[in-house]
Design a protein around this ligand. Sequence first.
Ligand code: 6PG
Length: 231
Amino acid sequence: MITPQIFPDRDSLTQQLSEQIVARLSADLLAFGVASLAVSGGRTPVDLLQRLSRADIDWPHVWVTLVDERWVDKADEASNERLVRENLLIHHAAAARFIALKTEHEHPKDALAELSVSLSVLPEQFSVVVLGMGEDGHTASFFPGAATLSDCLDLTNPQPCCATLPLTAPHARMTLTLQRILASRWLVLHLTGDAKLDVLTEAWQDGPIESLPVRSVLKQEQSPLAIFFAS
Ligand SMILES: O=C(O)[C@H](O)[C@@H](O)[C@H](O)[C@H](O)COP(=O)(O)O
């Protein structure tokens, strides 16, 4: 079991997490000349994205993409691409190289081949993947009860992405597959609110991954995982 780093407030969590992400991106830029960051959508990461945007690093050599995306127009309030463009790809980080997950296809399943090509430019290992979690125990767009959940979690699935239709959230989604997410030098689960701590505690118990899909990143040993929590 990984002990969450518990912060006294969300601001101190955001500051510490931002500093650690910047340090890891900088280390990869120094070591490889390139770094890569995958971020989740939702409400939790907004302040983190804004703080990261002001980091003075070699953003033109940093790839940024999404862990998952709602299949809505890029101008839609629900769009994670819109969230990233408005909160991260500004200030210094405006120079980062962004790879979107939303394409012009009507259905996400028809976009898999195009995304496989567009994501192939990424380094094999992400420098950092920032994950969130819903109170239904989903992470990325691994939603309990979704028809394609097993495909998304299948570690032999060679695709970097999979399309999914949540039963417990709006919008069809595109998500990185579990095997692509685990190809990372550092995973961080960014959680706020006591309700999520209760879900996390339950997820650590034995039980099927499919019922609390966040277990797929908790109960693996391929990629180092950190958990950052504030009430
Ligand atoms: O597109 C999304 O919704 C996210 O990628 C999703 O996995 C998110 O991290 C959780 O739903 C938590 O969302 P909140 O931060 O809004 O609680």
